[in-house]
Design a binder for this molecule. Structure first.
Ligand SMILES: Cc1cc2nc3c(=O)[nH]c(=O)nc-3n(C[C@H](O)[C@H](O)[C@H](O)COP(=O)(O)O)c2cc1C
Length: 205
């Protein structure tokens, strides 16, 4: 079946995209407002874009009647954020910070999350997450009236010691991280439990 994106209502477009582009990694993003209020929220329109420099992208939708989400406003105003990857044991806390709280509410405090100071940016990082990327915004692109794409440069990455197998070689215990990803519909998530390996064919010159 052909879906002509230009003809579809926005909510159907959203459903087709989120039911097919799966599993999506989740960035649990902390930011700080100009007034110093900390914020945390999950985003699955998220991925890594490159490594020279290391970059990530976030797709931030506008609230239908309230304008920019706190995360988007804070990144536009301060240029800084921390993107954490979410382990299974933090799934419920992550989900709790998806609540639509007003800007003056510190969602990190609300969810009872422990934080640590970041090294190179102002927003705090979440202690319970095994991977955290401290980021500075490289570009904020308005890709439509209801959405922004933020490209951030990862200025430093934290990986919890117990998951670093060989720091010199950059070997990480990926399976041990036990990260969750977003699936289809409302509230479905996945863990990478069914893996297979393909050996890449040799280069032909
Ligand atoms: C798993 C998950 C993934 C989400 N992904 C996105 C996303 O990619 N883009 C988006 O705009 N909102 C996304 N949301 C919704 C936001 O997290 C939600 O609107 C949140 O209240 C925004 O918080 P803020 O206003 O503090 O930034 C997601 C929610 C959940 C639970």
């Amino acid at each position: 079946m052909l879906f002509d994106m230009g003809q579809l209502p926005a909510d159907i477009r959203y459903k087709i995209l989120t039911a097919t582009v799966t599993p999506r990694p989740i960035a649990w993003v902390t930011t700080r407002s100009r007034d110093g209020i900390a914020n945390a929220a999950p985003f699955s329109f998220f991925n890594v874009l490159g490594h020279e420099p290391p970059t990530v992208v976030l797709g931030l939708l506008r609230h239908p009647n309230k304008g920019l989400k706190d995360t988007a406003r804070n990144i536009v105003e301060t240029g800084e954020f921390v993107a954490h990857l979410v382990p299974q044991q933090m799934a419920e806390a992550m989900n709790a910070t998806g609540v639509d709280a007003p800007p003056e509410v510190d969602e990190i405090e609300l969810a009872g999350l422990e934080t640590l100071p970041s090294q190179m940016v102002a927003p705090p990082r979440l202690k319970a997450c095994p991977v955290a990327f401290e980021c500075r915004s490289l570009s904020v692109q308005e890709t439509g009236p209801r959405q922004l794409a933020v490209i951030g440069e990862i200025v430093c990455a934290h990986v919890a010691e117990q998951f670093v197998i060989d720091a010199q070689r950059g070997h990480i215990d990926t399976i041990g991280l036990d990260l969750i990803a977003r699936m289809h519909g409302s509230g479905w998530y996945a863990r990478p439990r069914d893996l297979f390996q393909l050996v890449r064919p040799p280069l032909i010159d």
